[in-house]
Design a protein around this ligand. Sequence first.
Ligand SMILES: Cc1cc2nc3c(=O)[nH]c(=O)nc-3n(C[C@H](O)[C@H](O)[C@H](O)COP(=O)(O)OP(=O)(O)OC[C@H]3O[C@@H](n4cnc5c(N)ncnc54)[C@H](O)[C@@H]3O)c2cc1C
Length: 364
Amino acid sequence: MLSARTTVSFPRIDAFLTDILESLAAHDMSVTAIGDSYVATCTFGAARLVAGPQRLAIEISAPTAPELNRVRYSITGLIGFVAKSEALQIVWEGDEVGRTFPPDLRLLTVQEIQRLTPRMRRVIFAGEDLARFDTREQMHTRLLFQPEDATRPEWPTLDDAGLISWPGGRQRLGSRVYTVRHVDVAAGQLRIDFFDHGGTGPGTRWLRRARPGDIVGAVGPAAHGPKPAPRVLLVGDETGLPGIARMLEDAAPETEGLALILVADGEDRQALRAPAGVEVRWLQRSHVAGDEPLSRAVHALDWRGAHDDLFVWVGCEFHDFRAIRRFVRDELKLPAARVVAFSHWRRGMSEEDIIAVGAHAVNA
Ligand SMILES: Cc1cc2nc3c(=O)[nH]c(=O)nc-3n(C[C@H](O)[C@H](O)[C@H](O)COP(=O)(O)OP(=O)(O)OC[C@H]3O[C@@H](n4cnc5c(N)ncnc54)[C@H](O)[C@@H]3O)c2cc1C
C-alpha cells in the first residue's frame, strides 16, 4: 500500500469543513465520521481528514501508484475548489510515484453520430474496458477534447503534487462534463447525447466538428446518480434530459412520479421509454428575463401530503437549480440522501469562468 500526507494551514477550516465533506461525498467518495476524523473511501483508495485548530491534516493511501495520484488529485482539486477564497497551499509528503496515467481515463473513438432532434446529437463511441461506466450510481463523465490542431492525441498525467500535467506543456485540454446515456460493456460501446446550445465553448465546438474516428478521453464516472425509490420527481433541461431518459429506462416498472423537462420548443421533445406511472411533462422555454420555468413548475405542484417515499433529481441551469434545491431542502425538508441536484451550466459563464470563481458559482 502506498501513502502520502499533508497538513494544510487553514485558518477558517470551521467555515469550510462541511462543504468539503459534502463535496467529497458528491464526487466518488463515501465519507464516514470515525472519532475525531473523517474517512473518505473510493474505488481508488482512501483519505483520512482531521480538522484541527486552523489546520487540516490529511492522509491518503492507495494500492498502486496511479491510484495514489488519483486520490491525491481528488483531494487537492476538490478542497482547492471549495475553499478557493482561502488560497490554500497543499504540499504532500510520503510516497512519490512520479507522473501517472489517470487510472480512470478511457479513450473513446467516435463510431457514429445520430441526429435525435434539431439540437440534440447522439454520439456513439467505441472503447475498451468500459465496465467502470456501467453503474447506475454514477452517471457522469468528463470528456477531454484534443486541440483542433493536434496531429496525434496526447493525454494528461497526474503528478505528486496532486495536479494534472498537461501534455507537452500545453494549456489544459478543453473538457466538459456529460451524462453517460447508455453503456454496453460487452459491445465496447458508450453513448452520449450532446445538446448544441449554439455557443462556442469547447464542448459545442467539438460536437460540430466531430467525425467517425475522432478520439476523446473520458474520465469518471463521477457524482451521485439516482437512488431507487417508489416515487420520483425528475427535473431537467436539455442537459438533464439524457440523465432523465436513462433513469426512466432503468426505473422499476412500478415506479410512480413525474418528469419535468424544459426544452426550447416542441421539436426538441423526444420519445422516452418510462414506467406507466411516471408522467413525462414537457415545458417550453419562455425567454422572459428572471423567469425560471422549472422552478416555477416545481413550486406549482401539489405538495400536500407526505413525501417519505420521494426521490428528487435535478440537472439544469444554475438559477433554476438553486431555486429548486432550496425549495426541496428548506421547505419540503427532504433529507440529502433523497435528493441529487446539480447545476449543469450557468448562464453567461463558461466552465473556466466557474472554476475561476470557485464552488459558490454553482452551489445553492
Ligand atoms: C453533471 C453534468 C451532466 C451533464 N450532462 C450533459 C449531457 O448529457 N449533455 C449535454 O449536452 N450537456 C450536459 N451537461 C452540460 C454541459 O456540460 C454544459 O452545457 C457545458 O457548459 C457545455 O460546454 P460548452 O463548451 O458547450 O460551453 P461553455 O464553454 O461551458 O459555455 C459557453 C457559453 O455557453 C453557455 N451555455 C453552456 N451550456 C448551455 C446550455 N445548455 N444552454 C444554453 N447556454 C449554455 C454558457 O453559459 C456560456 O455562456 C452536463 C453538465 C453536468 C455538470
